[in-house]
Design a protein. Structure first.
Ligand code: NI
Length: 226
């Protein structure tokens, strides 16, 4: 399931993050590319150990923890510290699948990349190209969102970023390990949760709300892995 999550960051938060990103040093994105990706990746990234990346990542994680749509759709167990990238002058990232596992910084634990996340940090009219294209069995999905909006999509997806031919494209990207590893099960829970939310909004006293909520939790109990 691909899902757009609007307004993860406010305009003020985007401005603050961009001010800091404008003052910092970037490095070649190939330093973190896997064997498959290294030949197709041409962009800049903030060094992973950069204090600015850590601080800005903290802001994003804090906002995500208060974004109900992200929590309902991703059912996050753990989120890897956000990373930051910059594409300009024809920068691009060819078709690839993200690494399945990343070590959680400062620990021996690994995070499984069930869900890939891209948070846009500037507006579509500030650059040309730079579309995120995610492939699934229904074809190509092209994504280019306003600053502060995010898209999530399955970590199993083939995806790419088209060349940025004018201007600069800034984004944060990161991965989430879900309590529910199965994409199909996660989507089923999200659809059930959304239906319960709508029913509750329209008919708060409906007799079916409690049993449906019970079904949701009993499915989550069966399908979640902690
Ligand atoms: Ni990727």
């Amino acid at each position: 399931m691909m899902l757009k999550i609007p307004e993860v960051l406010s305009d003020a938060e985007v401005r603050h993050i961009r001010q800091l990103l404008d003052q910092t040093l970037w490095e070649d994105g190939r330093v973190t590319a896997g064997h498959q990706a290294i030949n197709v990746k041409s962009n800049l990234q903030l060094p992973l150990e950069s204090p600015i990346a850590r601080d800005l990542g903290g802001i994003i994680l804090d906002r995500l923890s208060r974004t109900p749509l992200f929590i309902a759709a991703a059912l996050p167990l753990r989120v890897l510290p956000p990373r930051f990238n910059r594409y300009e002058g024809g920068g691009t990232y060819g078709n690839h699948v993200d690494n399945a596992l990343f070590r959680v910084p400062g620990t021996d634990a690994y995070l499984r990349t069930d869900i890939s996340c891209t948070l846009f940090l500037n507006d579509p009219d500030e650059y040309e190209g730079g579309e995120l294209i995610v492939e699934d069995s229904y074809g190509d999905h092209r994504v280019k969102l306003p600053a502060g909006d995010m898209v999530i999509y399955p970590g199993t997806s083939h995806h790419r970023v088209t060349p940025v031919t004018k201007g600069v494209r800034l984004a944060s990207f990161f991965w989430t390990q879900s309590l529910v590893p199965s994409e199909v099960q996660r989507r089923t829970l999200f659809e059930l949760d959304s239906a319960i939310q709508h029913l509750t909004a329209d008919h708060p006293d409906h007799i079916s709300i409690a049993p449906l909520t019970g079904v949701y939790h009993n499915l989550l109990r069966q399908w979640s892995i902690t």
